[in-house]
Design a protein around this ligand. Structure first.
Ligand code: SF4
Ligand code: FES
Length: 260
């Protein structure tokens, strides 16, 4: 059994049940004290593109895919608290163009050669590119060379595909009760490191059942000996749109264990 997120949408609501509203693309949306714009939007079935956000984990605000316009100022919906009366634009050509540029930058910054990646069809970055109508990487490819860690018996880490979203970092700390991952370095030198004496996964506390081993939105953390079990055409984003509300829970429950 994979350890599950312990919070759900209702957990994020405080005891204060008084409802206020914000407006997203002209739609009035209720929120409760303590909710972010992302919390309120998702609870109301309104999709705001996101990569580093996951319900139940501390917001991180790093990918910037969730950029929205609040009174002509840009803000990250996953970290911005909902405030009564906010007039928010979300699904606009300008914001989607900005999101496309961010997605292009993520693609060229790492090794995202979709046809050769086991995560193809299950990758949220790839699905986001399709969702936004991204046609190419636009920018020159970085061709990063970061260390691959295949030392662990059941989990593999390919840092070249890491988008530094810190979902695995937060899942390990906040759900698994460990501290397996960390981001080190800055700028183009930023990379995922493993908290173990050798720096290798094999010497860490990571177990196959950890949420951190399954939460990666791209093909950076993969479960060994389960590759290509699900044929192309039957993978997550062959069957679902990335904008489907609640999809992340479906994805996690679909994750297969190596011994299945
Ligand atoms: S390994 Fe995956 S989950 Fe962890 S920071 Fe990189 S992209 Fe995010
Ligand atoms: S989802 Fe908000 S910054 Fe990543």
């Amino acid at each position: 059994m994979i350890r599950q997120l312990t919070l759900n949408e209702s957990d994020n609501m405080s005891a204060d049940t008084k409802q206020n509203t914000i407006t997203i693309d002209g739609q009035e949306i209720p929120f409760l004290a303590g909710q972010t714009i992302m919390d309120a939007a998702l609870a109301a079935g309104v999709y705001i593109p996101h990569l580093c956000h996951r319900q139940g984990l501390t917001p991180h605000g790093s990918c910037k895919l969730c950029v929205v316009d609040i009174a002509s100022k840009n803000a990250s919906a996953c970290t911005m608290p909902a405030v009564a009366g906010q007039q928010i634009s979300n699904n606009t050509p300008a914001l989607n163009e900005a999101r496309t540029t961010i997605t292009q930058m993520l693609f060229i910054e790492g090794n995202h050669i979709c046809p050769s990646c086991e995560k193809c069809g299950d990758c949220t970055l790839q699905a986001m590119a399709y969702h936004l109508g991204m046609l190419d990487g636009h920018f020159p490819q970085f061709f990063q060379r970061r260390e691959v860690d295949a030392s662990h018996p059941t989990v593999m880490l390919d840092r070249d595909r890491c988008i530094l979203c810190e979902l695995c970092v937060r899942a390990s700390r906040e759900v698994d009760g460990k501290n397996v991952f960390e981001i080190a370095g800055r700028g183009t030198n930023a990379r995922l490191i493993v908290n173990s004496a050798s720096g290798k996964l094999v010497d860490s506390e990571l177990e196959t059942s950890d949420l951190a081993a399954h939460i990666c939105p791209v093909g950076a953390i993969l479960i060994k000996e389960s590759g290509y079990k699900v044929p192309i055409g039957q993978r997550t984003f062959d069957l679902h749109k990335v904008s489907e509300i609640g999809l992340e829970k479906i994805v996690l429950t679909k994750v297969r264990q190596p011994d299945e």
